[in-house]
Design a protein around this ligand. Structure first.
Ligand SMILES: [Zn+2]
Length: 366
Protein backbone atom coordinates (compact mmCIF):
# COMPACT_ATOMS: atom_id res chain seq x y z
CA UNK A 1 0.00 0.00 0.00
CA UNK A 2 1.21 3.52 -0.79
CA UNK A 3 1.75 5.19 2.61
CA UNK A 4 -0.29 8.15 1.35
CA UNK A 5 -3.38 5.95 1.25
CA UNK A 6 -2.82 4.90 4.87
CA UNK A 7 -3.62 8.41 6.16
CA UNK A 8 -7.32 8.70 6.98
CA UNK A 9 -9.42 11.88 6.78
CA UNK A 10 -10.71 11.55 10.36
CA UNK A 11 -10.49 9.40 13.48
CA UNK A 12 -13.70 7.47 12.80
CA UNK A 13 -12.43 6.34 9.40
CA UNK A 14 -8.97 5.54 10.78
CA UNK A 15 -10.51 3.46 13.55
CA UNK A 16 -12.76 1.50 11.19
CA UNK A 17 -9.87 0.79 8.83
CA UNK A 18 -7.62 -0.31 11.69
CA UNK A 19 -10.24 -2.70 13.04
CA UNK A 20 -10.99 -4.13 9.63
CA UNK A 21 -7.33 -4.64 8.74
CA UNK A 22 -6.55 -6.25 12.11
CA UNK A 23 -9.43 -8.69 11.77
CA UNK A 24 -8.50 -9.52 8.17
CA UNK A 25 -4.92 -10.24 9.25
CA UNK A 26 -6.09 -12.60 12.01
CA UNK A 27 -5.30 -10.40 15.00
CA UNK A 28 -7.57 -10.51 18.06
CA UNK A 29 -9.37 -7.21 18.67
CA UNK A 30 -10.64 -5.74 21.91
CA UNK A 31 -11.51 -2.23 23.08
CA UNK A 32 -10.92 -0.20 26.21
CA UNK A 33 -14.02 2.03 26.01
CA UNK A 34 -13.84 5.73 26.86
CA UNK A 35 -16.74 7.70 28.40
CA UNK A 36 -16.24 10.74 26.14
CA UNK A 37 -17.68 10.71 22.64
CA UNK A 38 -16.59 11.98 19.23
CA UNK A 39 -17.85 15.00 17.29
CA UNK A 40 -20.67 12.95 15.74
CA UNK A 41 -21.65 11.51 19.13
CA UNK A 42 -19.88 8.27 18.24
CA UNK A 43 -18.42 6.11 21.02
CA UNK A 44 -14.66 6.26 21.48
CA UNK A 45 -12.12 3.78 22.78
CA UNK A 46 -8.57 2.52 22.68
CA UNK A 47 -8.59 -0.41 20.26
CA UNK A 48 -6.21 -3.23 21.06
CA UNK A 49 -5.04 -5.64 18.35
CA UNK A 50 -3.17 -8.71 19.58
CA UNK A 51 -1.24 -11.38 17.71
CA UNK A 52 0.42 -14.32 19.46
CA UNK A 53 0.49 -15.67 23.01
CA UNK A 54 -2.17 -14.45 25.46
CA UNK A 55 0.37 -14.42 28.28
CA UNK A 56 3.49 -13.60 26.30
CA UNK A 57 7.05 -14.15 27.41
CA UNK A 58 8.11 -11.16 25.34
CA UNK A 59 6.07 -8.58 23.50
CA UNK A 60 6.43 -5.70 21.09
CA UNK A 61 3.84 -2.91 21.40
CA UNK A 62 3.21 -0.21 18.79
CA UNK A 63 0.94 2.64 19.95
CA UNK A 64 -0.56 5.70 18.31
CA UNK A 65 -2.36 8.87 19.29
CA UNK A 66 -1.04 9.44 22.82
CA UNK A 67 -1.23 13.04 21.63
CA UNK A 68 -4.59 12.78 19.88
CA UNK A 69 -4.07 14.54 16.57
CA UNK A 70 -0.65 12.87 16.17
CA UNK A 71 -2.68 9.70 15.66
CA UNK A 72 -3.21 10.53 11.98
CA UNK A 73 0.41 9.53 11.49
CA UNK A 74 0.53 6.69 14.05
CA UNK A 75 -2.64 5.15 12.72
CA UNK A 76 -1.23 5.29 9.17
CA UNK A 77 1.81 3.36 10.39
CA UNK A 78 -0.32 0.75 12.15
CA UNK A 79 -2.55 0.30 9.10
CA UNK A 80 0.50 0.01 6.83
CA UNK A 81 1.90 -2.70 9.12
CA UNK A 82 -1.37 -4.65 9.19
CA UNK A 83 -1.85 -4.47 5.44
CA UNK A 84 1.85 -4.87 4.63
CA UNK A 85 4.75 -6.53 6.48
CA UNK A 86 2.65 -7.69 9.46
CA UNK A 87 -0.35 -8.97 7.49
CA UNK A 88 0.94 -12.53 7.82
CA UNK A 89 3.44 -12.08 10.65
CA UNK A 90 3.84 -14.78 13.29
CA UNK A 91 5.70 -13.71 16.42
CA UNK A 92 8.07 -16.33 17.86
CA UNK A 93 6.28 -19.03 19.88
CA UNK A 94 5.25 -17.69 23.28
CA UNK A 95 5.62 -14.04 22.25
CA UNK A 96 3.10 -11.42 21.13
CA UNK A 97 2.71 -8.34 18.96
CA UNK A 98 0.30 -5.72 20.25
CA UNK A 99 -1.07 -2.52 18.73
CA UNK A 100 -2.80 0.18 20.75
CA UNK A 101 -4.81 2.39 18.42
CA UNK A 102 -5.38 5.92 19.77
CA UNK A 103 -4.30 6.08 23.42
CA UNK A 104 -6.07 9.47 23.42
CA UNK A 105 -9.07 8.77 21.15
CA UNK A 106 -10.84 12.01 22.07
CA UNK A 107 -7.92 14.18 20.94
CA UNK A 108 -7.64 12.23 17.71
CA UNK A 109 -11.39 12.51 17.04
CA UNK A 110 -11.50 16.25 17.79
CA UNK A 111 -8.12 17.17 16.23
CA UNK A 112 -6.69 18.13 19.59
CA UNK A 113 -3.38 17.11 21.10
CA UNK A 114 -5.01 16.86 24.52
CA UNK A 115 -7.88 14.80 25.85
CA UNK A 116 -11.45 15.56 26.92
CA UNK A 117 -10.17 17.37 30.04
CA UNK A 118 -7.59 19.47 28.17
CA UNK A 119 -4.93 17.13 29.54
CA UNK A 120 -1.71 16.39 27.69
CA UNK A 121 -1.51 12.65 28.32
CA UNK A 122 2.25 12.60 28.13
CA UNK A 123 2.34 14.94 31.16
CA UNK A 124 -0.31 12.96 33.06
CA UNK A 125 1.49 9.68 33.73
CA UNK A 126 2.95 10.70 37.08
CA UNK A 127 4.37 7.96 39.24
CA UNK A 128 2.97 6.94 42.62
CA UNK A 129 3.66 9.66 45.14
CA UNK A 130 4.16 12.42 42.56
CA UNK A 131 1.73 15.31 42.93
CA UNK A 132 -0.40 16.79 40.17
CA UNK A 133 0.86 20.23 41.09
CA UNK A 134 3.41 22.78 40.06
CA UNK A 135 4.40 25.01 37.18
CA UNK A 136 7.70 26.42 35.98
CA UNK A 137 8.27 30.13 36.71
CA UNK A 138 9.02 30.64 33.02
CA UNK A 139 5.60 29.27 32.13
CA UNK A 140 3.89 31.61 34.59
CA UNK A 141 5.62 34.61 32.98
CA UNK A 142 4.42 33.53 29.54
CA UNK A 143 0.97 32.33 30.54
CA UNK A 144 -0.92 35.37 29.25
CA UNK A 145 0.86 35.13 25.93
CA UNK A 146 0.40 31.38 25.56
CA UNK A 147 -3.21 31.12 26.70
CA UNK A 148 -5.11 34.34 25.94
CA UNK A 149 -8.76 34.06 27.06
CA UNK A 150 -10.24 34.92 23.66
CA UNK A 151 -10.82 33.26 20.28
CA UNK A 152 -7.94 33.30 17.79
CA UNK A 153 -7.63 36.25 15.43
CA UNK A 154 -7.11 40.00 15.86
CA UNK A 155 -3.62 40.67 17.14
CA UNK A 156 -2.18 37.26 16.30
CA UNK A 157 0.79 38.64 14.35
CA UNK A 158 1.82 40.88 17.21
CA UNK A 159 1.63 38.08 19.73
CA UNK A 160 3.52 35.70 17.52
CA UNK A 161 6.27 38.26 17.11
CA UNK A 162 6.46 38.48 20.86
CA UNK A 163 6.76 34.72 21.17
CA UNK A 164 9.42 34.81 18.48
CA UNK A 165 11.41 37.41 20.40
CA UNK A 166 11.37 35.20 23.45
CA UNK A 167 12.39 32.25 21.32
CA UNK A 168 15.33 34.19 19.95
CA UNK A 169 16.60 35.09 23.38
CA UNK A 170 16.69 31.48 24.51
CA UNK A 171 14.58 28.90 22.84
CA UNK A 172 15.99 26.01 24.86
CA UNK A 173 15.01 27.69 28.11
CA UNK A 174 11.59 28.56 26.72
CA UNK A 175 11.00 25.02 25.53
CA UNK A 176 12.03 23.57 28.87
CA UNK A 177 9.87 26.00 30.86
CA UNK A 178 6.80 25.73 28.68
CA UNK A 179 6.73 22.11 27.60
CA UNK A 180 7.96 20.37 30.75
CA UNK A 181 4.31 20.20 31.83
CA UNK A 182 2.24 22.34 34.19
CA UNK A 183 -0.54 21.49 36.63
CA UNK A 184 -1.90 24.94 37.52
CA UNK A 185 -3.63 26.26 34.39
CA UNK A 186 -6.41 23.82 33.37
CA UNK A 187 -7.15 25.68 30.14
CA UNK A 188 -3.50 26.18 29.28
CA UNK A 189 -1.08 24.38 27.00
CA UNK A 190 0.87 21.35 28.30
CA UNK A 191 -1.56 20.89 31.20
CA UNK A 192 -0.90 17.59 32.99
CA UNK A 193 -4.26 17.32 34.74
CA UNK A 194 -5.43 17.14 38.35
CA UNK A 195 -5.45 13.35 38.54
CA UNK A 196 -5.14 10.25 36.35
CA UNK A 197 -7.07 10.52 33.06
CA UNK A 198 -9.51 7.86 31.95
CA UNK A 199 -6.97 6.63 29.38
CA UNK A 200 -4.46 6.18 32.19
CA UNK A 201 -6.96 4.34 34.39
CA UNK A 202 -7.89 2.01 31.50
CA UNK A 203 -4.27 1.18 30.76
CA UNK A 204 -3.45 0.82 34.45
CA UNK A 205 -6.16 -1.80 34.72
CA UNK A 206 -5.12 -3.67 31.57
CA UNK A 207 -1.34 -3.75 31.85
CA UNK A 208 -1.00 -6.21 34.74
CA UNK A 209 -3.44 -8.53 32.91
CA UNK A 210 -1.48 -8.27 29.69
CA UNK A 211 2.11 -8.20 30.89
CA UNK A 212 2.07 -9.19 34.57
CA UNK A 213 4.04 -12.35 33.76
CA UNK A 214 5.99 -11.03 30.77
CA UNK A 215 9.79 -10.85 30.82
CA UNK A 216 10.29 -7.97 28.44
CA UNK A 217 8.16 -5.49 26.51
CA UNK A 218 9.56 -3.19 23.85
CA UNK A 219 7.06 -0.43 23.19
CA UNK A 220 7.21 2.05 20.30
CA UNK A 221 5.01 5.09 20.95
CA UNK A 222 4.57 7.09 17.75
CA UNK A 223 4.58 10.91 17.84
CA UNK A 224 4.93 13.91 15.52
CA UNK A 225 5.62 17.62 15.86
CA UNK A 226 9.12 17.97 17.28
CA UNK A 227 12.46 17.98 15.50
CA UNK A 228 13.54 18.82 11.98
CA UNK A 229 11.20 18.11 9.06
CA UNK A 230 10.80 14.38 8.48
CA UNK A 231 13.57 13.33 10.86
CA UNK A 232 13.09 10.77 13.61
CA UNK A 233 14.23 11.17 17.20
CA UNK A 234 14.10 8.06 19.38
CA UNK A 235 13.95 8.83 23.05
CA UNK A 236 13.61 6.93 26.27
CA UNK A 237 12.50 8.72 29.43
CA UNK A 238 15.49 7.40 31.35
CA UNK A 239 18.99 8.48 32.29
CA UNK A 240 21.13 8.73 29.21
CA UNK A 241 23.88 6.54 30.69
CA UNK A 242 21.62 3.74 31.97
CA UNK A 243 21.97 0.10 30.87
CA UNK A 244 18.47 0.22 29.45
CA UNK A 245 19.29 3.11 27.13
CA UNK A 246 22.54 1.32 26.22
CA UNK A 247 20.66 -1.87 25.33
CA UNK A 248 18.30 0.06 23.06
CA UNK A 249 21.07 2.19 21.56
CA UNK A 250 22.95 -0.93 20.48
CA UNK A 251 19.86 -2.07 18.56
CA UNK A 252 18.39 1.20 17.25
CA UNK A 253 20.38 4.00 15.66
CA UNK A 254 20.22 7.33 17.41
CA UNK A 255 18.47 6.38 20.66
CA UNK A 256 18.89 9.00 23.30
CA UNK A 257 17.83 9.48 26.89
CA UNK A 258 15.99 12.70 27.58
CA UNK A 259 18.26 15.70 27.87
CA UNK A 260 17.82 19.44 27.70
CA UNK A 261 20.14 19.55 24.69
CA UNK A 262 18.18 16.93 22.74
CA UNK A 263 15.11 17.18 20.50
CA UNK A 264 13.14 15.66 23.36
CA UNK A 265 13.72 17.29 26.69
CA UNK A 266 12.85 16.04 30.16
CA UNK A 267 9.15 16.30 30.92
CA UNK A 268 6.99 15.41 33.90
CA UNK A 269 4.46 12.60 33.74
CA UNK A 270 5.79 10.84 30.63
CA UNK A 271 4.30 7.49 29.64
CA UNK A 272 7.46 5.33 29.70
CA UNK A 273 8.36 5.25 33.39
CA UNK A 274 4.72 4.85 34.36
CA UNK A 275 4.32 1.76 32.14
CA UNK A 276 7.30 0.19 33.88
CA UNK A 277 5.75 0.97 37.27
CA UNK A 278 2.56 -0.94 36.38
CA UNK A 279 4.41 -4.20 35.70
CA UNK A 280 7.42 -4.16 38.01
CA UNK A 281 8.59 -7.72 37.30
CA UNK A 282 8.74 -7.05 33.55
CA UNK A 283 11.52 -5.14 31.81
CA UNK A 284 9.31 -2.57 30.10
CA UNK A 285 11.19 -0.42 27.61
CA UNK A 286 9.14 2.37 26.07
CA UNK A 287 10.74 4.27 23.23
CA UNK A 288 9.17 7.41 21.89
CA UNK A 289 9.57 7.77 18.11
CA UNK A 290 9.11 11.46 17.34
CA UNK A 291 8.94 12.68 13.74
CA UNK A 292 9.67 16.33 12.99
CA UNK A 293 7.20 18.47 11.08
CA UNK A 294 7.26 22.29 10.88
CA UNK A 295 9.56 24.67 12.80
CA UNK A 296 8.85 24.77 16.54
CA UNK A 297 7.43 28.30 16.52
CA UNK A 298 4.89 27.30 13.87
CA UNK A 299 3.91 24.19 15.83
CA UNK A 300 3.58 26.25 19.03
CA UNK A 301 1.45 28.82 17.18
CA UNK A 302 -0.83 26.04 15.95
CA UNK A 303 -1.16 24.62 19.46
CA UNK A 304 -1.88 28.04 20.89
CA UNK A 305 -4.46 28.92 18.24
CA UNK A 306 -6.28 25.61 18.52
CA UNK A 307 -6.34 25.81 22.31
CA UNK A 308 -7.89 29.28 22.17
CA UNK A 309 -10.47 28.12 19.65
CA UNK A 310 -11.34 25.08 21.75
CA UNK A 311 -11.95 27.11 24.91
CA UNK A 312 -13.14 30.48 23.64
CA UNK A 313 -14.25 30.05 20.01
CA UNK A 314 -17.42 28.83 18.35
CA UNK A 315 -17.30 25.37 16.77
CA UNK A 316 -18.18 26.52 13.27
CA UNK A 317 -16.49 29.95 13.33
CA UNK A 318 -14.02 30.47 10.46
CA UNK A 319 -11.27 31.18 13.01
CA UNK A 320 -11.94 27.83 14.72
CA UNK A 321 -11.93 25.93 11.43
CA UNK A 322 -8.68 27.67 10.44
CA UNK A 323 -7.14 26.78 13.81
CA UNK A 324 -8.15 23.11 13.38
CA UNK A 325 -6.66 23.06 9.87
CA UNK A 326 -3.41 24.59 11.14
CA UNK A 327 -3.31 21.96 13.89
CA UNK A 328 -3.66 19.14 11.39
CA UNK A 329 -0.93 20.57 9.19
CA UNK A 330 1.38 21.02 12.21
CA UNK A 331 1.09 17.38 13.29
CA UNK A 332 0.25 15.55 10.04
CA UNK A 333 1.63 17.68 7.19
CA UNK A 334 -0.14 17.15 3.87
CA UNK A 335 3.13 17.04 1.94
CA UNK A 336 3.26 13.64 0.15
CA UNK A 337 7.04 13.43 0.48
CA UNK A 338 6.83 13.86 4.26
CA UNK A 339 4.04 11.29 4.59
CA UNK A 340 5.79 8.64 2.53
CA UNK A 341 9.12 9.14 4.22
CA UNK A 342 7.95 9.08 7.85
CA UNK A 343 5.71 6.06 7.40
CA UNK A 344 8.54 4.21 5.64
CA UNK A 345 10.90 5.04 8.49
CA UNK A 346 8.43 3.95 11.18
CA UNK A 347 7.75 0.66 9.40
CA UNK A 348 11.47 -0.06 9.45
CA UNK A 349 11.56 0.73 13.19
CA UNK A 350 8.68 -1.66 13.86
CA UNK A 351 10.50 -4.39 11.95
CA UNK A 352 13.63 -3.76 14.04
CA UNK A 353 11.51 -3.98 17.17
CA UNK A 354 10.05 -7.29 16.00
CA UNK A 355 13.59 -8.63 15.48
CA UNK A 356 14.40 -8.00 19.17
CA UNK A 357 11.95 -10.76 20.14
CA UNK A 358 14.68 -13.21 19.11
CA UNK A 359 17.28 -11.20 20.93
CA UNK A 360 18.68 -12.50 24.25
CA UNK A 361 20.11 -10.56 27.18
CA UNK A 362 17.45 -8.08 28.17
CA UNK A 363 18.63 -5.34 30.50
CA UNK A 364 17.34 -5.41 34.04
CA UNK A 365 14.55 -3.11 35.08
CA UNK A 366 15.62 -0.27 37.38
ZN1 LIG B 1 3.48 13.70 20.85
Amino acid sequence: MDPLDAFSPDHDTARARFREAATAAGWTLSTLPLTATGPGGEPLGIDVAWKGAEQPRRAVVVSSGTHGVEGYFGSAVQLSLLEGPWSAVEPPAGDALVMLHAINPYGFAWNRRVNEDNVDLNRNFLLRGQAFAGVDDGYVRLEGLLNPPSPPGGFEAFLLRAVWQIARTGFGALKAAVAVGQYEFPKGLFYGGSGPTESQRLLGDALPRWFGATERVLHLDLHTGMGAWGTCALAVAEDEDSDRVGWLASRFDGVEGLSEAGVLYPIRGALGAWLQEQVPTCTYLCMLAEYGTHPPIKVLAALRGENRAAHWGHAQAPSTLAAKAAMLEAFAPADPGWRRSVVGSALALAEQALATLDDPSPPEQP
